[in-house]
Design a protein. Sequence first.
Length: 575
Amino acid sequence: MTATLEPSRAEPGAAGPIVEISGLDVGYRRHRKVRPAVLGLNLSVAAGEIVAIVGESGSGKTTIANAIIGLLPENGRITAGSALVDGVETVGAKEKVLRALRGSVVGLVPQDPMVGLNPTQRISSQIAEALRLRGLRSDEIHQQVLAELEHAGVPEPELRARQYPHELSGGLRQRVLIAIALAGRPKVIVADEPTSALDVTVQKRILDHLVGLVRGTGISLMIITHDLAVAADRADRVVVMQTGRVVEEGDPRTILVVPREQYTKQLIAAAPGLAHGGRLAPRYVVDRGSLPAPILTLQGVTKTFRVTSPTGGHHNFQALSEVSLNVPRGQTHALVGESGSGKTTALRIALGLEHPTAGSVVLEDTEISGLSWGKQRPLRRQVQLVHQNPFASLDPKYTIKQSIIEPLVSFKIGDRKARTARAKELLDQVALPTAYLDRLPTELSGGQRQRVAIARALALKPNLLLLDEPVSALDVSVQAQILDLLTELQRELGLTFLFVSHDLAVVAQISHTVSVISKGRIVEEGPVAEVFKNPQSAYTRELIDAIPRDTRALTADPGSRTQDAEPTADPPSER
């Protein structure tokens, strides 16, 4: 099937910007006061231009995107300024006017594809909704759904159209969101952290594809990201924001080579791909022959799932195949691979949440893979899990104190006074004020919530922490703070970490040893410094090559960096 994508109505060089923001002030009402989030913003986006808005959490990036299309939360207030989208004033506009802009003029690609997609509807239904709003007839919709999926680089569109979001990998779900955004033939796409939770190889393919579509159609693109390396690698212009204000603006080459502001310099230093000029710089150099005895061992672990196909039949899916790894006591062992490689399945088996189809799991000299839940429970005091998304892992109705002492309550450890004292001690260990004990998760930043999640994991004084992508959803400067915190806790408490990640630059900062996993098999392992300096596997080399690089060596012409970025489909290996 060959589909054609209509050119956007916004042609490069068209008169006037697609987005023009002047003197915009936005705040959030809390306790009868409006706290500013964006102050005096002036920003324009021309037809066919790629603009990256960069900054830490709380800098106002997402607030801008929500403000210009009328999607601020209930307590959000625009207190001054103007925001023209395709010549239409959106500040103070009625919902009918804003609804007409969404989809047809502005296409939004949100950060979290599982939040952006309806879990109860098939992919075809969600794209069809955007097509109906465009006025397509019912008999045209099915073929156009397939065309949109194909243009967004989704392989096997007939199959994917019948599936539900949970049946797709993170990279495929993100491409579906791009397909939905493109289905309305917008003039500008706003991509809010479109790849922050994706592995580097999928990130590269998604961005290559998105930029290729923009270059080929004249659509404008606003990329909102905390990652200056990603922004500099893709954008025509970079806008750096801090606490609601623009602190620096310019072409990527200028921003990277001669940044004016100290804040921009800090962002560059915190971005692993920029801080070392694109080179991986492992923190630890260890001798393979002098590693401590393992606290956790997976030996020949295989895991097969029986899954239902879209046509109603059943087949076996092998998530892991004879996986063996050792986690040395008191050190950090990383498990690295793309989405769908089997990382999380291995982690769940190590934690006892899944039973292996074959093989064994030994924790502290105890075989746990065959134990019942009741017999495993005492071992839970020795091993704890820190999730990827700190907001999803904390009960929004619980105070920080309630979240931290929950494991103590579950194991009936201590009385109320002792638990409160332990909660204060834990907050101190993760460098948070004890005044935060009475706050709710919504009152904390992403980095602060992750510190709370780490404090809760430490409540039972475990020997081993399983860390599932613990910094992938955080901006780069907060990432660095959490990694430093984990390193300090390991040194002080003698903790052992099994660190699951898709990001080799992050792994280089924290891990002693690494296992690289692809399609359920370990393809390479050893000390991090040894594996990253001289990778033996082509897959490991591909992961290293996909890290966003220092772009100072690239041509000064931003357009020439992306002209060759052709839309490509994910390889068959992506689920």
